[in-house]
Design a protein around this ligand. Sequence first.
Ligand code: HEC
Ligand code: HEC
Ligand code: HEC
Ligand code: HEC
Length: 503
Amino acid sequence: MSKRNVSVLLILAILLILVLAACSTPVDKPQVPPPAPEQEEAAPAEEEAAAAEEETAPAEEPTPELVGDSLRGGLLYDKWWTPLGLDAPEEDHPLWAAQDTNTRSGADTWRCKECHGWDYKGVDGAYGDGSHMTGFMGVIQMAGGDANEVLEALLGATNPDHDFSAAMDEQALVDIALFISGELMDYAEVIDAEKAAIGGDLTVGEELYQDSCADCHGPEGAAIDFKANALKTETISAIANGNPWEFFHKMRFGQPTEADMPPALDAGWSLEEQTAVLAYAQTLPNTNPATHGGLLYDKFWKAMGMDEPAGDQPLWATQSTNERSGADTWRCKECHGWDYQGANGAYSSGSHFTGFVGSIGAATMSAEEIASWLDGTANADHDFSAYFDEAATEMMVAFLQTNAVDMPQYINADKTVNGDAARGQEFYQAGCARCHGDDGKGIAFGDESDPEYLGDLALGNPWETLHKAANGQPAEHMPGGLNLGWSWQDLADALAYIQTLGE
Ligand code: HEC
Ligand code: HEC
Ligand code: HEC
Ligand code: HEC
């Protein structure tokens, strides 16, 4: 028998003793001892239980003695395994088989929210229909109640299949119990039937949002695309409008996959202030077509979640200097360059040389003219219509007209950058360091045996670095600097700084 099982048995035994004690003494409610932080330390808990037994009967209901962090409990209501540093469960939760309307499986079935809802109302709330419906009850009725009762439910007292003691440590369960009893609120107070914020001062919301959220999500909310798919963009605005309960919960308690996201309750925001931020986030756009177009300029199939094109692009055969083949020959950048200058720029020599024109001419073209290049009207061999629908075409047009800048004004032919590295360091720290590290070595690109880091890329290919720093990286949650509200000079300064991180 494992230590864990032994300690669970011990706790059950203690509970039994307490119940018996409650029958023979005037204590009207069994008092559960605070669980020991480590499973192995059942002994002190036993002592405390004995002490509790000796206590004279209090005049009122004993106050719950659970000690923990209710805000952390809120974070654990979601994907608890991430902040706990555990592996995600693989099997379905034992209770999952009791329903068949929600067809998710595996780890998702272990999230409290998947069964009880972001609004804590289960089948009586937003999960009363739709793909998340399970028919399971909510937990909001436990709000303001005794945390010990919640803890018992989490230890399987009401239903043995609802026993989470093997899934996580006891302190985690205590924190969750404190969250359920102490922090739940009825979101109907702040969110109406149409999902709109009830009230919420937009000026207050904007100020709080710009101060506390914009560093990561961007001033317009477009910096992080949770889906990382140009066609199915899901930014903070999509959550605020589509699932305001999830927005509220995550705003209050944080995001399990992002330790640095500050919980509003930790920051001491009032309910009015929280509502104001929801109201403001609901006004933000869900997309920035121009930076999305920048993602499509690269591996557009990856950015849109499509299969990669088969065979060579038809125009490829009209050149023989660049020896790549297959999907690479479909990337706009492969023919037109990261600097948009084609044979007039960085690809005027070397293994990428094709002799093709740049795409920079599109900066002064009308949307119709640009579209005629994408659908093959301008040149039948330059036909991307199998991949670019209307929405994707719009993005590419927006990119070519506004974000495909004249790079030589920032990057010289010898790859040096016209930027202020000292100033750029601040931008890098604010927008890039949390993933790429203070030294640029947080993420390795390319070959595992011969890793390349951001600083090396910035020295070797400053044009690619600037393009990606501005627009983002296809299919990654990486924010482009333009969505962080940076100007082109800010980007050039950041690039100058990133070069100092290279070898
Ligand atoms: C797979 C679905 C599922 C998951 C995951 C789940 N629960 Fe439950 N929960 C239920 C069901 C079903 C019940 C009702 C059980 C019963 O009494 O038979 C329940 C009951 C409860 C109760 C008791 C409610 C009452 O009024 O008696 C609490 C509290 C609770 N859950 C909290 C949680 C928390 C916290 C989590 C996450 C750690 C969680 N649940 C995860 C399905 C789930
Ligand atoms: C330190 C950076 C950072 C800050 C500051 C930040 N967030 Fe986030 N937030 C993230 C990241 C990263 C994700 C996405 C994590 C992921 O993809 O799983 C995220 C996700 C979210 C989500 C959930 C999206 C989803 O579908 O899971 C919401 C809602 C959210 N943030 C709201 C806010 C609000 C409101 C603020 C300001 C109070 C804020 N964030 C501040 C980094 C941050
Ligand atoms: C296989 C190489 C190749 C690929 C890939 C490619 N192009 Fe082109 N592109 C060309 C060539 C060659 C021309 C000139 C053709 C002509 O004059 O008929 C051209 C012309 C253009 C022009 C007109 C430029 C001008 O100044 O007249 C635009 C705009 C353009 N491409 C945009 C794109 C975009 C956007 C993509 C990615 C979706 C792309 N191209 C992918 C080879 C390519
Ligand atoms: C949320 C984490 C995250 C943040 C923040 C972030 N990046 Fe990235 N970045 C990535 C990931 C992941 C990749 C892809 C790595 C790969 O392809 O192997 C990447 C790739 C890149 C690349 C391309 C490397 C290549 O060879 O394709 C560049 C350039 C880059 N990032 C620059 C930046 C800059 C500049 C910033 C700040 C504006 C930034 N990144 C912020 C996660 C991030």
